[in-house]
Write a protein that binds this ligand. Structure first.
Ligand SMILES: C[S@@+](CC[C@H](N)C(=O)[O-])C[C@H]1O[C@@H](n2cnc3c(N)ncnc32)[C@H](O)[C@@H]1O
Length: 328
């Protein structure tokens, strides 16, 4: 039988700290409580030591049946994962280092209230959709995540979302200006436009060809409408088609092109839409900046480098860069 130190709730934090400090807390079991008391499982045979350590407190040593802790620390490996609302998404390659059972136990130990754990098997087709397979829990259609106080609904498996881009959304919104006309050609669920509109009285055109992304941008504008001071218009057309709108020729001050695998194929579209001295934020995959600039220069000599930064790791020695270019 396990023994627990039973103390009034008002003493609990001090008593717990002392038991931990003296190595008397039995960490294999969970601390529990009722309305009046807290029950702290202690190491067997430590009654004398407890008496000395807790001499200033009113307590009882009682038999108890505490719940056992899951022991993720014993696995020696905590995989990388994304917590999206009440869902965890883990990349498939993580299963090379940990069994499915250990993975589930570890994640549940860290996040006991989640509804599902999904394995992301791959990213598919031009919409960059994650192929998700349920590993544990119940199927969840959508989750809501927070980025800098803004809310984003994500339809799992139906839209692209990467929580590691939240800082980038913020960075671009900080450098955007008041009253700018901005176009985000590959908007996903609206991360860049909504961040920008929350900071500036700008006009932003948010476009994405994926019908679920299009609906998500609208949902997310509505979710955040009280926080938005800028205006966002939403379209769902192939980015190439923008060259068919003469009224948009050289209309925009800033253009966001976040389609890293293919963004370079649309250089003529950016040229068409941006005014002279307009800024292009080109997200592109590469090993180093020199190589990228050479690739860009092959498309046109119109672009002058303003700045570049690594945004995300993509593969060993390969990164997603943001290259900021000014149109001559
Ligand atoms: C990398 S994701 C964008 C992520 C988004 N900017 C963010 O910050 O979360 C690329 C997006 O481009 C969209 N897309 C792909 N090809 C397209 C095209 N030809 N025209 C418009 N959108 C396209 C995809 O549906 C996808 O949502």
């Amino acid at each position: 039988m396990i023994k627990c130190v039973k103390v009034y709730r008002r003493y609990a934090s001090n008593v717990l700290a002392l038991l931990k400090k003296h190595g008397l807390l039995n960490r294999e079991y969970k601390v529990s409580h009722d309305k009046e008391y807290v029950y702290m499982p202690v190491i067997q045979g430590s009654d004398d030591e407890i008496r000395v350590v807790l001499r200033d407190f009113e307590y009882e040593l009682v038999d108890c049946l505490p719940e056992k802790r899951r022991k993720h620390r014993d696995y020696g490996y905590i995989p990388s994962y994304d917590l999206l609302g009440d869902v965890v998404v883990v990349r498939e390659n993580v299963l090379e280092n940990i069994s499915r059972e250990q993975l589930v136990n570890t994640i549940l130990d860290l996040h006991p209230n989640i509804k599902a754990i999904y394995i992301k098997e791959k990213t598919i087709d031009e919409f960059r959709l994650p192929k998700l397979k349920l590993l544990w829990g119940v199927e969840v259609g959508s989750v809501v995540v927070k980025e800098y106080g803004l809310l984003f609904k994500i339809m799992l498996g139906k839209v692209y979302y990467n929580k590691r881009l939240s800082e980038e959304h913020r960075r671009i919104s900080i450098i955007s200006g008041e009253n700018e006309k901005i176009i985000d050609l590959f908007s996903g669920i609206g991360g860049f436009p909504i961040h920008i509109a929350s900071m500036h009285k700008a006009f932003i055109l948010a476009n994405d060809l994926n019908p679920y992304a299009f609906v998500s941008i609208i949902d997310n504008i509505l979710l955040n409408k009280k926080k938005l001071i800028g205006n966002i218009a939403v379209t769902r057309i192939d980015a190439r088609e923008f060259t068919n709108f003469p009224s948009l020729k050289e209309y925009f001050d800033r253009l966001i092109a976040n389609l890293p695998h293919k963004s370079i194929e649309y250089m003529y579209v950016y040229d068409y839409l941006l005014r002279k001295n307009g800024i292009l934020h080109l997200y592109i995959i590469g090993k180093n900046l020199e190589d990228l600039l050479e690739r860009i220069s092959k498309y046109s000599d119109k672009w002058v480098l303003e700045k570049a930064a690594k945004v995300l790791d993509y593969a060993p020695y390969t990164y997603i860069y943001r290259v900021d270019l000014i149109k001559r």
